[in-house]
Design a protein around this ligand. Structure first.
Ligand SMILES: NC(=O)c1ccc[n+]([C@@H]2O[C@H](COP(=O)([O-])OP(=O)(O)OC[C@H]3O[C@@H](n4cnc5c(N)ncnc54)[C@H](OP(=O)(O)O)[C@@H]3O)[C@@H](O)[C@H]2O)c1
Length: 232
């Protein structure tokens, strides 16, 4: 049995490769079909992981509301809602956001200084504190974190972005699959977020993908990839 959870990143992207506009707004450019696709993917997992800037943009998380999807979770003996895990080194989050009123399990993944802001409060059901960060900075060591997730019963994860979070997990070769929805719109902008942020890879180091599936629904294309070289 693999000691790490299986991971799928799910993103909607403009035709010019952006996941948000240059103001970093919440990404609401996908169609209702894309929203259903996202909810379906979220319904399959034990936990959803997203970066603090994504939560800052939306103020809320996508919970599962479709009755058939909720029933399927029940049949698979999964909890009614996946755990919503915010990744934030700073811990700088606002308890007034709708996220903190939603009926979902909330966990915070952070470092000791970020945890200090939330430890005495009830907003998070669990705070996972990472002590073994890379190179003494606040970048999370994903391998040891994912081993902890598995021990906590999280076998399947959806990674919903944004690009900074995905870049750091991809750098550890821990993304197994990727769903990208190409939406018929262009945003442009040198600084608009893309599916994978960070400093980037040289062409010779690019992560290779295998195309597993292509679906077209109306004006959108849904691409399903396996990430080659990921450890599963
Ligand atoms: N189109 C889509 O499908 C989609 C999906 C998701 C998001 N988005 C868009 O993407 C934008 C946000 O993406 P983004 O790339 O700018 O940011 P992001 O990845 O959502 O969040 C970055 C923040 O998350 C925390 N973080 C991420 N990786 C970390 C790590 N390895 N170690 C410690 N902390 C880590 C840090 O939080 P702290 O600053 O608190 O330390 C960091 O500043 C928003 O505009 C959102 O609307 C689009």
């Amino acid at each position: 049995m693999n000691r790490l959870p299986h991971t799928t990143a799910i993103l909607a992207m403009t035709a010019d490769g952006k996941i948000a506009d240059h103001q970093g707004s919440a990404a609401r450019f996908g169609s209702p079909n894309d929203k259903m696709h996202l909810e379906q993917q979220v319904s399959l997992v034990d936990a959803v992981l997203f970066g603090a800037d994504t939560l800052r943009a939306y103020g809320s998380a996508l919970s599962v509301s479709n009755l058939k999807l909720l029933q399927s979770r029940l049949e698979r003996s999964q909890k009614p809602q996946p755990v919503q895990i915010v990744v934030s080194a700073s811990g700088n989050l606002d308890s007034q956001w709708r996220f903190f009123q939603q009926s979902v399990p909330r966990w915070l993944l952070t470092v000791p200084s970020g945890a200090e802001l939330w430890q005495a409060k009830k907003e998070f059901e669990r705070i996972i504190i990472i002590h073994d960060t890379h190179k003494n900075n606040s970048a999370i060591n994903w391998v040891s974190t994912f081993i902890r997730f598995r021990k906590l019963g999280l076998n399947k994860l959806a990674i919903l972005g944004g690009g900074e979070l995905i870049a750091s997990i991809l750098a550890s070769d821990l993304i197994d699959e990727l769903w990208l929805t190409i939406c018929p719109i262009i945003f442009g902008g040198n600084n608009s977020p893309t599916p994978v942020g960070g400093i980037g890879l040289l062409q010779s180091q690019g992560k290779k993908l295998k195309l597993l599936e292509v679906k077209q629904i109306d004006q959108e294309v849904f691409l399903h990839y396996q990430v080659q070289g990921a450890r599963n």
